[in-house]
Ligand binder design. Structure first.
Ligand SMILES: *[C@@H]1O[C@H](CO)[C@@H](O)[C@H](O)[C@H]1NC(C)=O
Ligand SMILES: *[C@@H]1O[C@H](CO)[C@@H](O)[C@H](O)[C@H]1NC(C)=O
Ligand SMILES: *[C@@H]1O[C@H](CO)[C@@H](O)[C@H](O)[C@H]1NC(C)=O
Ligand SMILES: *[C@@H]1O[C@H](CO)[C@@H](O)[C@H](O)[C@H]1NC(C)=O
Ligand SMILES: *[C@@H]1O[C@H](CO)[C@@H](O)[C@H](O)[C@H]1NC(C)=O
Length: 447
Protein backbone atom coordinates (compact mmCIF):
# COMPACT_ATOMS: atom_id res chain seq x y z
CA UNK A 1 0.00 0.00 0.00
CA UNK A 2 2.61 2.53 1.22
CA UNK A 3 5.01 1.74 -1.56
CA UNK A 4 2.39 2.20 -4.23
CA UNK A 5 1.20 5.55 -2.87
CA UNK A 6 4.70 7.05 -2.91
CA UNK A 7 5.14 5.59 -6.35
CA UNK A 8 1.98 7.35 -7.46
CA UNK A 9 3.04 10.58 -5.86
CA UNK A 10 6.31 10.48 -7.77
CA UNK A 11 4.56 9.87 -11.07
CA UNK A 12 2.20 12.72 -10.25
CA UNK A 13 5.15 15.04 -9.65
CA UNK A 14 6.76 14.08 -12.94
CA UNK A 15 3.53 14.73 -14.82
CA UNK A 16 3.15 18.12 -13.12
CA UNK A 17 6.69 19.11 -14.08
CA UNK A 18 6.21 17.97 -17.64
CA UNK A 19 3.00 19.95 -17.86
CA UNK A 20 4.68 23.10 -16.53
CA UNK A 21 7.46 22.70 -19.06
CA UNK A 22 5.08 22.29 -21.99
CA UNK A 23 3.03 25.24 -20.77
CA UNK A 24 6.11 27.44 -20.76
CA UNK A 25 7.04 26.32 -24.27
CA UNK A 26 3.50 27.12 -25.45
CA UNK A 27 3.46 30.55 -23.87
CA UNK A 28 6.89 31.47 -25.16
CA UNK A 29 5.89 30.54 -28.64
CA UNK A 30 2.66 32.43 -28.32
CA UNK A 31 3.99 35.60 -26.72
CA UNK A 32 7.40 35.81 -28.35
CA UNK A 33 7.95 33.57 -31.30
CA UNK A 34 4.76 34.33 -33.22
CA UNK A 35 4.90 38.13 -32.86
CA UNK A 36 8.60 38.05 -33.69
CA UNK A 37 7.91 36.07 -36.82
CA UNK A 38 5.16 38.48 -37.74
CA UNK A 39 7.46 41.50 -37.22
CA UNK A 40 10.22 39.96 -39.26
CA UNK A 41 7.91 39.15 -42.07
CA UNK A 42 6.59 42.67 -42.04
CA UNK A 43 10.05 44.17 -42.04
CA UNK A 44 11.49 41.92 -44.67
CA UNK A 45 8.28 41.40 -46.57
CA UNK A 46 8.32 37.69 -46.01
CA UNK A 47 5.08 35.82 -46.15
CA UNK A 48 3.89 34.81 -42.72
CA UNK A 49 3.27 31.17 -42.19
CA UNK A 50 -0.48 31.57 -42.39
CA UNK A 51 -0.44 33.33 -45.73
CA UNK A 52 1.75 30.81 -47.50
CA UNK A 53 -0.17 29.91 -50.64
CA UNK A 54 -1.15 26.27 -51.06
CA UNK A 55 0.87 25.24 -48.05
CA UNK A 56 0.03 22.10 -46.20
CA UNK A 57 -1.69 22.76 -42.86
CA UNK A 58 0.79 24.37 -40.50
CA UNK A 59 1.75 22.31 -37.53
CA UNK A 60 1.58 24.94 -34.89
CA UNK A 61 0.81 24.48 -31.23
CA UNK A 62 -2.14 26.83 -31.67
CA UNK A 63 -3.71 25.05 -34.63
CA UNK A 64 -4.34 21.41 -34.90
CA UNK A 65 -6.73 19.11 -36.71
CA UNK A 66 -9.72 18.24 -34.60
CA UNK A 67 -9.76 14.83 -36.23
CA UNK A 68 -7.42 13.14 -38.62
CA UNK A 69 -10.25 11.70 -40.70
CA UNK A 70 -13.86 12.76 -41.28
CA UNK A 71 -16.35 11.56 -38.68
CA UNK A 72 -17.68 8.15 -39.56
CA UNK A 73 -21.43 7.68 -39.94
CA UNK A 74 -21.63 5.69 -36.76
CA UNK A 75 -20.41 8.70 -34.82
CA UNK A 76 -23.05 11.07 -36.20
CA UNK A 77 -25.38 12.34 -33.53
CA UNK A 78 -28.37 10.01 -33.33
CA UNK A 79 -30.56 11.34 -30.59
CA UNK A 80 -32.36 14.45 -31.69
CA UNK A 81 -35.39 15.50 -29.78
CA UNK A 82 -38.45 14.15 -31.64
CA UNK A 83 -40.75 16.99 -30.71
CA UNK A 84 -38.20 19.48 -31.98
CA UNK A 85 -37.80 17.66 -35.30
CA UNK A 86 -41.56 17.40 -35.74
CA UNK A 87 -42.11 21.05 -34.99
CA UNK A 88 -39.60 21.86 -37.72
CA UNK A 89 -41.12 19.28 -40.08
CA UNK A 90 -44.48 20.98 -39.69
CA UNK A 91 -43.18 24.49 -39.22
CA UNK A 92 -45.75 26.12 -41.46
CA UNK A 93 -48.62 24.63 -39.44
CA UNK A 94 -50.19 26.32 -36.45
CA UNK A 95 -48.36 26.06 -33.15
CA UNK A 96 -48.17 24.97 -30.38
CA UNK A 97 -49.08 21.48 -31.41
CA UNK A 98 -48.06 18.04 -30.25
CA UNK A 99 -47.78 15.19 -32.76
CA UNK A 100 -47.81 11.64 -31.44
CA UNK A 101 -46.78 9.28 -34.27
CA UNK A 102 -47.84 5.64 -33.92
CA UNK A 103 -50.12 6.17 -30.97
CA UNK A 104 -51.30 2.77 -32.14
CA UNK A 105 -49.11 0.75 -34.46
CA UNK A 106 -50.43 -2.00 -36.70
CA UNK A 107 -49.00 -5.43 -36.04
CA UNK A 108 -49.52 -6.89 -39.52
CA UNK A 109 -46.67 -7.58 -41.90
CA UNK A 110 -46.05 -4.88 -44.48
CA UNK A 111 -44.82 -5.11 -48.03
CA UNK A 112 -42.81 -2.02 -49.00
CA UNK A 113 -44.49 -1.93 -52.43
CA UNK A 114 -47.99 -1.87 -51.01
CA UNK A 115 -50.37 1.09 -51.16
CA UNK A 116 -51.24 2.69 -47.81
CA UNK A 117 -54.44 4.67 -47.54
CA UNK A 118 -53.67 7.96 -45.83
CA UNK A 119 -56.61 9.79 -44.33
CA UNK A 120 -57.90 11.95 -41.47
CA UNK A 121 -60.79 11.33 -39.14
CA UNK A 122 -62.75 13.22 -36.56
CA UNK A 123 -64.77 11.47 -33.88
CA UNK A 124 -68.08 11.67 -35.77
CA UNK A 125 -66.54 9.66 -38.62
CA UNK A 126 -65.36 6.67 -36.57
CA UNK A 127 -68.12 4.30 -37.81
CA UNK A 128 -67.33 5.16 -41.44
CA UNK A 129 -63.65 4.56 -40.76
CA UNK A 130 -64.38 1.13 -39.30
CA UNK A 131 -66.15 0.19 -42.54
CA UNK A 132 -63.18 1.39 -44.61
CA UNK A 133 -60.80 -0.79 -42.61
CA UNK A 134 -62.95 -3.88 -43.12
CA UNK A 135 -63.32 -3.16 -46.79
CA UNK A 136 -59.72 -2.28 -47.71
CA UNK A 137 -57.86 -5.09 -45.94
CA UNK A 138 -54.58 -3.25 -46.51
CA UNK A 139 -52.34 -0.77 -44.69
CA UNK A 140 -53.93 2.46 -43.48
CA UNK A 141 -52.25 5.47 -41.89
CA UNK A 142 -54.67 7.80 -40.17
CA UNK A 143 -54.20 11.16 -38.48
CA UNK A 144 -56.67 11.91 -35.71
CA UNK A 145 -56.98 15.40 -34.33
CA UNK A 146 -57.49 15.59 -30.59
CA UNK A 147 -58.48 18.99 -29.31
CA UNK A 148 -56.60 19.15 -26.06
CA UNK A 149 -58.38 22.28 -24.91
CA UNK A 150 -61.68 20.52 -24.56
CA UNK A 151 -63.55 18.83 -21.75
CA UNK A 152 -63.90 15.85 -24.09
CA UNK A 153 -60.16 15.27 -24.25
CA UNK A 154 -60.14 12.07 -22.19
CA UNK A 155 -63.41 10.75 -23.53
CA UNK A 156 -62.05 11.18 -27.07
CA UNK A 157 -58.92 9.21 -26.22
CA UNK A 158 -61.20 6.57 -24.77
CA UNK A 159 -63.33 6.41 -27.87
CA UNK A 160 -60.23 6.13 -30.07
CA UNK A 161 -59.24 3.18 -27.93
CA UNK A 162 -62.69 1.65 -28.27
CA UNK A 163 -62.51 2.12 -32.04
CA UNK A 164 -59.05 0.60 -32.28
CA UNK A 165 -59.95 -2.44 -30.24
CA UNK A 166 -63.33 -2.93 -31.94
CA UNK A 167 -62.09 -5.31 -34.65
CA UNK A 168 -58.95 -7.40 -35.15
CA UNK A 169 -58.39 -5.70 -38.51
CA UNK A 170 -57.70 -2.34 -36.82
CA UNK A 171 -54.73 -3.73 -34.93
CA UNK A 172 -53.64 -5.60 -38.02
CA UNK A 173 -53.77 -2.79 -40.60
CA UNK A 174 -54.10 0.64 -39.00
CA UNK A 175 -51.43 3.02 -37.72
CA UNK A 176 -52.92 5.90 -35.71
CA UNK A 177 -51.12 9.22 -35.33
CA UNK A 178 -52.48 11.86 -33.01
CA UNK A 179 -52.32 15.61 -33.49
CA UNK A 180 -52.98 17.35 -30.20
CA UNK A 181 -53.71 21.03 -30.32
CA UNK A 182 -56.57 23.48 -30.40
CA UNK A 183 -56.68 24.02 -34.18
CA UNK A 184 -59.58 22.43 -36.00
CA UNK A 185 -59.50 21.53 -39.67
CA UNK A 186 -55.78 21.78 -40.39
CA UNK A 187 -56.46 19.31 -43.16
CA UNK A 188 -53.19 19.63 -45.07
CA UNK A 189 -51.07 19.21 -41.95
CA UNK A 190 -53.04 16.10 -41.03
CA UNK A 191 -52.70 14.76 -44.59
CA UNK A 192 -48.95 15.22 -44.44
CA UNK A 193 -48.75 13.51 -41.07
CA UNK A 194 -50.68 10.49 -42.36
CA UNK A 195 -48.37 10.33 -45.40
CA UNK A 196 -45.13 10.96 -43.52
CA UNK A 197 -45.72 8.02 -41.21
CA UNK A 198 -47.12 5.67 -43.86
CA UNK A 199 -44.87 2.63 -43.94
CA UNK A 200 -45.09 1.66 -47.61
CA UNK A 201 -43.62 3.23 -50.75
CA UNK A 202 -47.01 4.21 -52.21
CA UNK A 203 -49.95 6.03 -50.72
CA UNK A 204 -53.50 6.90 -51.59
CA UNK A 205 -54.76 10.26 -50.42
CA UNK A 206 -58.39 9.59 -49.54
CA UNK A 207 -61.17 11.42 -47.75
CA UNK A 208 -62.81 9.28 -45.15
CA UNK A 209 -66.34 9.63 -46.54
CA UNK A 210 -65.59 7.49 -49.56
CA UNK A 211 -66.44 3.85 -49.87
CA UNK A 212 -63.91 1.75 -51.72
CA UNK A 213 -65.87 -0.15 -54.33
CA UNK A 214 -63.32 -1.97 -56.46
CA UNK A 215 -60.02 -3.62 -55.65
CA UNK A 216 -57.72 -1.07 -57.28
CA UNK A 217 -54.98 -2.06 -54.89
CA UNK A 218 -54.55 -5.62 -56.19
CA UNK A 219 -55.13 -4.52 -59.78
CA UNK A 220 -52.41 -1.87 -59.61
CA UNK A 221 -49.95 -4.12 -57.86
CA UNK A 222 -50.48 -6.80 -60.50
CA UNK A 223 -49.88 -4.40 -63.39
CA UNK A 224 -46.18 -4.08 -64.06
CA UNK A 225 -46.36 -0.92 -66.15
CA UNK A 226 -48.40 0.86 -63.49
CA UNK A 227 -45.95 -0.17 -60.76
CA UNK A 228 -43.02 1.02 -62.88
CA UNK A 229 -44.65 4.42 -63.28
CA UNK A 230 -45.38 4.60 -59.56
CA UNK A 231 -41.76 3.84 -58.70
CA UNK A 232 -40.48 6.55 -61.02
CA UNK A 233 -42.62 9.00 -59.08
CA UNK A 234 -43.79 11.12 -62.01
CA UNK A 235 -47.28 9.67 -62.25
CA UNK A 236 -50.30 9.70 -59.98
CA UNK A 237 -53.29 7.43 -60.59
CA UNK A 238 -56.80 8.75 -60.20
CA UNK A 239 -59.59 6.59 -58.80
CA UNK A 240 -62.72 8.40 -60.10
CA UNK A 241 -65.23 9.55 -57.49
CA UNK A 242 -69.04 9.30 -57.62
CA UNK A 243 -72.00 10.19 -55.47
CA UNK A 244 -75.70 9.42 -55.25
CA UNK A 245 -78.03 11.97 -56.72
CA UNK A 246 -80.52 11.45 -53.87
CA UNK A 247 -78.59 11.96 -50.62
CA UNK A 248 -80.46 9.20 -48.71
CA UNK A 249 -79.26 6.56 -51.13
CA UNK A 250 -75.69 7.37 -50.15
CA UNK A 251 -76.20 5.94 -46.68
CA UNK A 252 -76.28 2.26 -47.48
CA UNK A 253 -72.82 1.19 -48.40
CA UNK A 254 -73.86 -2.45 -48.83
CA UNK A 255 -75.95 -1.41 -51.83
CA UNK A 256 -73.10 0.46 -53.58
CA UNK A 257 -71.97 -0.95 -56.95
CA UNK A 258 -68.78 -3.00 -56.84
CA UNK A 259 -67.99 -3.37 -60.53
CA UNK A 260 -67.97 -1.04 -63.48
CA UNK A 261 -71.03 -2.50 -65.21
CA UNK A 262 -73.28 -1.94 -62.19
CA UNK A 263 -71.82 1.54 -61.83
CA UNK A 264 -72.63 2.31 -65.46
CA UNK A 265 -76.23 1.13 -65.08
CA UNK A 266 -76.65 3.17 -61.89
CA UNK A 267 -75.32 6.23 -63.73
CA UNK A 268 -77.58 5.57 -66.72
CA UNK A 269 -80.58 5.18 -64.41
CA UNK A 270 -79.76 8.55 -62.86
CA UNK A 271 -78.94 7.23 -59.38
CA UNK A 272 -75.25 7.99 -59.44
CA UNK A 273 -73.31 10.92 -60.88
CA UNK A 274 -69.79 12.32 -60.80
CA UNK A 275 -68.79 13.51 -57.33
CA UNK A 276 -69.79 17.14 -56.64
CA UNK A 277 -71.53 17.68 -59.95
CA UNK A 278 -72.50 21.13 -58.68
CA UNK A 279 -68.80 22.03 -58.37
CA UNK A 280 -67.83 20.60 -61.72
CA UNK A 281 -64.26 21.84 -61.82
CA UNK A 282 -63.37 19.77 -58.75
CA UNK A 283 -63.51 16.52 -60.73
CA UNK A 284 -64.41 17.04 -64.37
CA UNK A 285 -60.78 16.92 -65.52
CA UNK A 286 -61.17 13.17 -64.95
CA UNK A 287 -63.26 13.31 -68.14
CA UNK A 288 -66.27 11.22 -67.08
CA UNK A 289 -67.59 10.67 -70.64
CA UNK A 290 -64.28 9.10 -71.55
CA UNK A 291 -64.32 7.03 -68.36
CA UNK A 292 -67.79 5.66 -69.17
CA UNK A 293 -66.70 4.68 -72.67
CA UNK A 294 -63.29 3.25 -71.75
CA UNK A 295 -62.67 -0.44 -72.51
CA UNK A 296 -61.57 -2.68 -69.62
CA UNK A 297 -57.96 -2.16 -68.52
CA UNK A 298 -57.64 1.29 -70.05
CA UNK A 299 -55.51 3.83 -68.23
CA UNK A 300 -55.76 7.29 -69.78
CA UNK A 301 -53.99 10.54 -69.17
CA UNK A 302 -55.72 13.63 -67.77
CA UNK A 303 -55.32 16.18 -70.54
CA UNK A 304 -57.58 18.98 -69.33
CA UNK A 305 -56.17 19.73 -65.92
CA UNK A 306 -57.21 22.94 -64.19
CA UNK A 307 -56.29 24.32 -60.79
CA UNK A 308 -59.50 23.35 -58.96
CA UNK A 309 -59.06 19.65 -59.78
CA UNK A 310 -58.94 17.53 -56.64
CA UNK A 311 -59.13 13.84 -57.53
CA UNK A 312 -58.28 10.96 -55.21
CA UNK A 313 -54.92 9.59 -56.24
CA UNK A 314 -52.38 6.85 -55.64
CA UNK A 315 -48.80 8.08 -55.86
CA UNK A 316 -45.28 7.69 -54.50
CA UNK A 317 -44.86 8.55 -50.86
CA UNK A 318 -41.34 9.90 -51.03
CA UNK A 319 -40.37 12.48 -53.63
CA UNK A 320 -43.48 14.35 -54.75
CA UNK A 321 -44.19 17.67 -52.99
CA UNK A 322 -46.19 17.70 -49.78
CA UNK A 323 -49.45 19.50 -49.08
CA UNK A 324 -49.02 23.18 -48.27
CA UNK A 325 -49.85 23.52 -44.60
CA UNK A 326 -50.84 27.16 -44.70
CA UNK A 327 -54.31 26.10 -45.79
CA UNK A 328 -56.44 25.70 -42.69
CA UNK A 329 -60.14 24.91 -42.97
CA UNK A 330 -62.42 24.24 -45.90
CA UNK A 331 -61.65 25.29 -49.43
CA UNK A 332 -58.63 24.95 -51.65
CA UNK A 333 -56.62 22.76 -49.33
CA UNK A 334 -56.70 19.55 -51.32
CA UNK A 335 -56.65 21.37 -54.66
CA UNK A 336 -53.44 23.06 -53.48
CA UNK A 337 -51.81 19.67 -52.84
CA UNK A 338 -52.74 18.47 -56.30
CA UNK A 339 -51.71 21.72 -57.94
CA UNK A 340 -48.20 21.54 -56.59
CA UNK A 341 -47.91 17.86 -57.52
CA UNK A 342 -48.98 18.77 -61.03
CA UNK A 343 -46.58 21.70 -61.34
CA UNK A 344 -43.72 19.57 -60.11
CA UNK A 345 -44.21 17.52 -63.27
CA UNK A 346 -46.50 14.72 -62.10
CA UNK A 347 -49.03 13.53 -64.69
CA UNK A 348 -52.44 12.25 -63.67
CA UNK A 349 -53.76 9.00 -65.13
CA UNK A 350 -57.27 7.67 -64.70
CA UNK A 351 -57.84 4.00 -63.86
CA UNK A 352 -60.93 3.35 -65.91
CA UNK A 353 -61.92 0.08 -64.19
CA UNK A 354 -62.08 1.55 -60.72
CA UNK A 355 -64.13 3.97 -58.67
CA UNK A 356 -65.08 5.13 -55.17
CA UNK A 357 -68.49 6.34 -54.00
CA UNK A 358 -69.20 9.11 -51.52
CA UNK A 359 -71.22 8.29 -48.41
CA UNK A 360 -73.51 11.14 -47.61
CA UNK A 361 -73.29 13.10 -44.41
CA UNK A 362 -74.13 16.57 -43.16
CA UNK A 363 -71.65 19.34 -43.77
CA UNK A 364 -71.00 22.30 -41.49
CA UNK A 365 -72.34 24.66 -44.14
CA UNK A 366 -71.82 28.00 -42.42
CA UNK A 367 -68.20 27.26 -41.45
CA UNK A 368 -67.48 25.94 -44.93
CA UNK A 369 -68.76 29.09 -46.60
CA UNK A 370 -66.71 31.45 -44.44
CA UNK A 371 -63.51 29.46 -44.64
CA UNK A 372 -63.79 29.06 -48.39
CA UNK A 373 -63.71 32.82 -48.89
CA UNK A 374 -60.59 33.01 -46.81
CA UNK A 375 -58.83 30.16 -48.57
CA UNK A 376 -59.76 31.39 -52.03
CA UNK A 377 -57.49 34.36 -51.47
CA UNK A 378 -54.71 32.17 -50.11
CA UNK A 379 -55.04 29.81 -53.06
CA UNK A 380 -54.76 32.60 -55.61
CA UNK A 381 -51.51 33.79 -54.05
CA UNK A 382 -50.32 30.23 -53.64
CA UNK A 383 -50.75 29.50 -57.34
CA UNK A 384 -48.66 32.48 -58.38
CA UNK A 385 -45.97 31.81 -55.82
CA UNK A 386 -45.78 28.09 -56.68
CA UNK A 387 -45.61 28.88 -60.39
CA UNK A 388 -42.72 31.25 -59.82
CA UNK A 389 -40.83 28.86 -57.58
CA UNK A 390 -41.09 25.89 -59.97
CA UNK A 391 -40.63 28.02 -63.05
CA UNK A 392 -37.32 29.40 -61.80
CA UNK A 393 -36.13 26.06 -60.49
CA UNK A 394 -36.96 24.13 -63.67
CA UNK A 395 -35.58 26.92 -65.78
CA UNK A 396 -32.27 26.72 -63.94
CA UNK A 397 -32.25 22.94 -64.32
CA UNK A 398 -32.88 23.43 -68.04
CA UNK A 399 -35.98 21.18 -68.02
CA UNK A 400 -38.68 23.76 -68.60
CA UNK A 401 -39.00 22.57 -72.15
CA UNK A 402 -39.15 18.88 -71.17
CA UNK A 403 -42.04 16.57 -70.25
CA UNK A 404 -41.61 17.55 -66.63
CA UNK A 405 -41.67 21.24 -67.41
CA UNK A 406 -44.70 20.97 -69.65
CA UNK A 407 -47.22 21.31 -66.82
CA UNK A 408 -45.71 24.62 -65.73
CA UNK A 409 -45.91 26.02 -69.22
CA UNK A 410 -49.51 24.85 -69.52
CA UNK A 411 -50.81 25.90 -66.16
CA UNK A 412 -48.87 28.99 -65.16
CA UNK A 413 -49.55 30.85 -68.39
CA UNK A 414 -53.21 30.83 -67.33
CA UNK A 415 -52.40 33.11 -64.42
CA UNK A 416 -52.99 36.74 -65.11
CA UNK A 417 -49.72 38.57 -65.65
CA UNK A 418 -47.57 35.52 -64.98
CA UNK A 419 -45.74 35.41 -68.33
CA UNK A 420 -44.69 39.03 -67.89
CA UNK A 421 -43.47 38.53 -64.33
CA UNK A 422 -41.57 35.39 -65.25
CA UNK A 423 -40.00 36.92 -68.33
CA UNK A 424 -38.99 40.01 -66.36
CA UNK A 425 -37.32 37.83 -63.75
CA UNK A 426 -35.37 36.02 -66.45
CA UNK A 427 -34.44 39.21 -68.31
CA UNK A 428 -33.12 40.66 -65.08
CA UNK A 429 -30.98 37.61 -64.48
CA UNK A 430 -29.76 37.74 -68.05
CA UNK A 431 -28.84 41.35 -67.57
CA UNK A 432 -26.87 40.45 -64.48
CA UNK A 433 -25.11 37.78 -66.53
CA UNK A 434 -25.69 34.90 -64.15
CA UNK A 435 -25.37 31.94 -66.40
CA UNK A 436 -28.29 32.66 -68.72
CA UNK A 437 -28.18 31.95 -72.37
CA UNK A 438 -29.54 34.94 -74.18
CA UNK A 439 -32.56 35.51 -76.29
CA UNK A 440 -34.82 32.76 -74.89
CA UNK A 441 -38.47 33.70 -74.85
CA UNK A 442 -40.41 31.25 -72.76
CA UNK A 443 -43.75 32.82 -73.24
CA UNK A 444 -45.54 34.73 -75.86
CA UNK A 445 -45.52 37.82 -73.67
CA UNK A 446 -47.55 39.93 -76.03
CA UNK A 447 -50.22 37.28 -76.49
C1 LIG B 1 -52.33 21.55 -25.84
O1 LIG B 1 -51.13 21.07 -26.43
C2 LIG B 1 -50.19 22.07 -26.72
C3 LIG B 1 -49.04 21.41 -27.44
O2 LIG B 1 -48.47 20.40 -26.70
C4 LIG B 1 -49.77 22.76 -25.45
O3 LIG B 1 -48.87 23.81 -25.73
C5 LIG B 1 -51.00 23.34 -24.76
O4 LIG B 1 -50.66 23.90 -23.51
C6 LIG B 1 -52.05 22.25 -24.53
N1 LIG B 1 -53.25 22.90 -24.03
C7 LIG B 1 -53.95 22.38 -23.02
C8 LIG B 1 -55.16 23.15 -22.59
O5 LIG B 1 -53.62 21.35 -22.46
C1 LIG C 1 -59.65 26.87 -24.39
O1 LIG C 1 -60.95 26.70 -23.89
C2 LIG C 1 -61.40 27.77 -23.12
C3 LIG C 1 -62.77 27.41 -22.54
O2 LIG C 1 -63.47 26.54 -23.39
C4 LIG C 1 -61.45 29.05 -23.95
O3 LIG C 1 -61.84 30.15 -23.18
C5 LIG C 1 -60.03 29.31 -24.52
O4 LIG C 1 -60.05 30.42 -25.39
C6 LIG C 1 -59.53 28.09 -25.26
N1 LIG C 1 -58.14 28.31 -25.67
C7 LIG C 1 -57.71 28.02 -26.87
C8 LIG C 1 -56.26 28.25 -27.10
O5 LIG C 1 -58.42 27.58 -27.75
C1 LIG D 1 -65.23 21.47 -66.39
O1 LIG D 1 -66.27 22.37 -66.02
C2 LIG D 1 -66.01 23.71 -66.32
C3 LIG D 1 -67.12 24.55 -65.74
O2 LIG D 1 -68.38 24.04 -66.11
C4 LIG D 1 -65.86 23.87 -67.82
O3 LIG D 1 -65.55 25.21 -68.14
C5 LIG D 1 -64.73 22.97 -68.31
O4 LIG D 1 -64.63 23.01 -69.70
C6 LIG D 1 -64.97 21.54 -67.88
N1 LIG D 1 -63.80 20.75 -68.21
C7 LIG D 1 -63.87 19.56 -68.72
C8 LIG D 1 -62.57 18.87 -68.98
O5 LIG D 1 -64.92 19.01 -68.99
C1 LIG E 1 -51.78 -2.15 -67.14
O1 LIG E 1 -51.61 -0.77 -67.26
C2 LIG E 1 -51.46 -0.28 -68.58
C3 LIG E 1 -51.22 1.21 -68.51
O2 LIG E 1 -50.11 1.53 -67.76
C4 LIG E 1 -52.69 -0.61 -69.38
O3 LIG E 1 -52.53 -0.18 -70.71
C5 LIG E 1 -52.96 -2.09 -69.34
O4 LIG E 1 -54.18 -2.36 -69.99
C6 LIG E 1 -53.04 -2.55 -67.92
N1 LIG E 1 -53.22 -4.00 -67.88
C7 LIG E 1 -54.28 -4.54 -67.32
C8 LIG E 1 -54.31 -6.04 -67.36
O5 LIG E 1 -55.16 -3.91 -66.77
C1 LIG F 1 -39.08 24.32 -76.66
O1 LIG F 1 -39.24 23.22 -77.53
C2 LIG F 1 -39.92 23.53 -78.73
C3 LIG F 1 -40.17 22.24 -79.49
O2 LIG F 1 -39.23 21.28 -79.19
C4 LIG F 1 -39.12 24.55 -79.52
O3 LIG F 1 -39.78 24.89 -80.70
C5 LIG F 1 -38.91 25.80 -78.69
O4 LIG F 1 -38.07 26.71 -79.36
C6 LIG F 1 -38.27 25.43 -77.35
N1 LIG F 1 -38.25 26.64 -76.53
C7 LIG F 1 -37.15 27.06 -75.93
C8 LIG F 1 -37.28 28.33 -75.17
O5 LIG F 1 -36.11 26.44 -75.95
Amino acid sequence: MIVSTTHCARIGQTIALLYAFIAILYTTNYLLASPLRACFSLLFNLPTSTTLPNSSPQVSPLFWDTKASRPSESSWPADIDNDLVLSKAFSSSMHPSKIVPFFYRASGELDAEDITITTLITSNRFPVFARLVERYQGPISVAIHVNNNSSEYYSLLDSIHTLYTSTPNMARFVDVHLVMDSFDRQFNTWRNIARLFARTDFVMMLDIDFAICTDFRSAMRANRSIMDELRKGNSAFVIPAFEFVKPDEGNHQVAFPTDKNSLLSAVKAGHLDMFHASWEVGHNSTDYPRYYAAPPGEVYKVTKYQAAYEPYIVFKKDGPPWCDERFVGYGGNKAACLFELYLSGISYYVLSDHFIVHQNHLYEEKVRKDERKFNKKIYNDFKEETCLRYFKHYHDLGILNSTRGYNIQQECTKLKGFPQIAQQALDLREHLDIGMSTGQRWFDVDG
